[in-house]
Design a protein around this ligand. Sequence first.
Ligand code: AMP
Ligand code: ZN
Length: 302
Amino acid sequence: MDMQVSFLDRLFESGLLIETGVDGLYGRSGQFEDVIAAFERLIDRIGGADGAEAIRFPPGMNRAYFEKSGYMKSFPQLAGTVHSFCGNDHDHLSLLQCMEEGKDWTKEQKATDIALTPAACYPLYPTVAKRGPISQNGGLYDLQSYCFRHEPSKDPARQQLFRMREYVCMGTEAHVTTFRQTWMDRGVEMMRSIGLDVEIDVANDPFFGRAGRLLANNQRDQNLKFELLIPVTSQANKTACMSFNYHQDAFGQKWGLTLENGSVAHTACVGFGLERIALALFAKHGLDVAIWPEAVRKTLWG
Ligand code: AMP
Ligand code: ZN
């Protein structure tokens, strides 16, 4: 059997993940959540002294911001929007009849003002832009959100609703590229401290279509995205468990993010795929946390 399917089945059998009938949409057990909580505390220990401003957005964002972000240009295949019934009594009757007859009742649903958050940092840029210029010393933000991506898969590491913990840095080019490098070094160190084999490689986002291939090549050529890879279901095809993105001044330009001296801010973000890191730990050390190596348990739970 395929390694991804067999790992997913083992996760279901152990109760760590709970089946919902939809690929990539799972419940999590208390034990699974406890691993994520412990790893987040490790993140806090490593990054806490940097003094990032913590902000938590819900997993849905203002659709107007989502539209302005350009997500539909680059990743229409992954996007999710929230639709609701907005009709009257008569519309309600036909909706129920449609459901009764097993027809597509969703066609009459109308788009709401909410789109599902595709990456934890998306709601941040317009929020910071509204505050006015960023300190010349830069801005640093600590985010965590469930994110939605429409990519159903039997690979337990490719989910449709998953959590991303992010640090986002805004400032000068030198400032944000140093921030990114610091987290690449810290990321490697952190994963080693919990017994995971890591590798860092240049990467690209899954830009849609023919035009997307150009964008992906450009991103790679300019080293704008790196990923920290860990074997989860396969040694050959490792899983990206962290990403390190340098946006140059693209988001600064788009959202009007400026520094106190009037220059356009550069931005970078580092993202931890929390479910993927938990899954990498379960794949490496076994599904029973009680028998994980003592050093790993100590790093995570003290
Ligand atoms: P990205 O914005 O694609 O670089 O995503 C940031 C991080 O989120 C990645 O490095 C992964 O660890 C995680 N991630 C991305 N897509 C998924 C997914 N479909 N399921 C679980 N984790 C994901
Ligand atoms: Zn980000």
